[in-house]
Design a protein around this ligand. Structure first.
Ligand SMILES: Nc1ncnc2c1ncn2[C@@H]1O[C@H](COP(=O)(O)OP(=O)(O)OP(=O)(O)O)[C@@H](O)[C@H]1O
Length: 341
């Protein structure tokens, strides 16, 4: 669906050149919700602007549905852009137009006849849950409602790809969740491919199937969301995962837990998918003569299944503890001893 090949963008800043996107190779499948996460300056916005042809690459190509959008003339590019639409952090609505008129705008530009436009606007208003608010002006809407207008407008010309540029960053947590639910719903109902950029791991966790982590213009880690949560490789990815799971493995945290739980073994367990629903700890306690304290726990649900971490204090004789850990590993629970007395 989307193929990025050796994609680079170098800006001439006056003080020298700056590589914002550096040799990115990426394939995004049709119907996928793909997230790109990175801190400010990582190159996410530049990458997304390259994806919709707003920015021309210095080298490499962007192929969408077999068409290289970096190698076509401006007329064809305009056409290709209709297949790729976008929603923005600050909504970018026309303030002097009502909800209905904002949604109608891209249809007018595409030359859709008036009657057809009215029909389509009605459908879109229903789809994004704005029925009854058609004649309101953006200034009369909440942030979440404004983004719903943005989504309806982006879907007006039946795009194949929806790009989301920090689409929920200006919203409160509850509204963020409702907009993310709407995106998942649209993805399922319309089979739309969604590519989003964000600096919030919560967004990736909640709706993405796969994630790429960007740093210094490069993709430094890429994978299925559940795998990345379970076993982040790069330090930057670990920091993003910690945003959501809350079980930071920093020396500071371990020291603090050790002070609170000074004896026995402190062990971190990682459960994935179906395991999160199994009574593994019950089995463990029945089988081995060890005492267990639950020190910290967390479960996160992703589009690819659940992911949980648990920190336990296990007390008992060393051979019993070793056997208990071997049992957990045999049950495919990932374990990591954080401290041992
Ligand atoms: N038009 C431009 N001219 C010069 N430098 C640019 C331009 N656009 C972006 N940059 C630089 O490219 C780098 C990547 O910026 P980009 O906006 O893509 O990052 P980002 O990950 O989206 O960060 P943010 O979330 O802060 O926008 C930054 O160092 C930025 O200053």
């Amino acid at each position: 669906m989307i193929e990025l090949k050796k994609l680079s963008k170098v800006f001439d800043t006056g003080k020298g050149s700056l590589t914002a996107v550096d040799g990115v190779e990426l394939d995004i499948a049709p119907g996928e919700i793909f997230g790109i996460i990175g801190y400010s300056g990582a190159g996410k916005s530049t990458l997304i602007r390259l994806l919709n042809g707003l920015e021309k690459p210095t080298s490499g190509s962007v192929v969408i549905n077999g068409q290289d959008i970096t190698a076509i003339n401006s007329k064809d590019l305009r056409k290709a852009r209709q297949k790729v639409s976008m929603i923005f952090q600050h909504f970018n609505l026309l303030w002097s137009r009502t909800v209905k008129e904002n949604i109608e705008f891209p249809l007018e530009i595409a030359g859709v006849p008036k009657e057809k436009r009215a029909e389509r606007v009605l459908e879109l208003v229903e789809l994004v849950g704005l029925a009854g608010r058609e004649n309101a002006y953006p200034s009369q809407l909440s942030g979440g409602q404004k983004q719903r207008v943005g989504i309806a407008r982006a879907l007006a010309n039946n795009p194949e790809v929806l790009l989301c540029d920090e689409a929920t960053s200006a919203l409160d947590p509850q509204t963020t969740d409702s907009i993310l639910d709407l995106l998942v719903d649209i993805n399922k109902r319309l089979g739309l491919t969604i590519v989003l950029i964000t600096h919030e791991m919560h967004v990736i966790r909640k709706i993405c199937h796969r994630v790429a982590v960007m740093e210094g213009g490069r993709i430094v880690e890429l994978g299925d969301v559940l795998n990345v949560f379970q076993a982040p490789k790069e330090n930057i990815t670990k920091r993003f995962v910690a945003q959501v799971t809350d079980t930071e493995d920093s020396q500071e945290t371990i020291k603090h837990l050790r002070e609170l739980y000074p004896s026995g073994v402190l062990i971190k367990l990682v459960f994935v998918g179906d395991q999160t629903e199994q009574p593994i700890l019950t089995k463990l306690i029945r089988k081995y003569t060890v005492d267990i304290n639950i020190v910290q726990g967390n479960i996160a649900h992703t589009q690819r299944g659940a992911y949980g971490t648990l920190i336990l204090q296990i007390k008992g004789s060393q051979p019993e503890i070793d056997e208990a850990i071997a049992f957990l590993n045999a049950e495919d629970v990932q374990t990591e001893v954080m401290a041992n007395d």
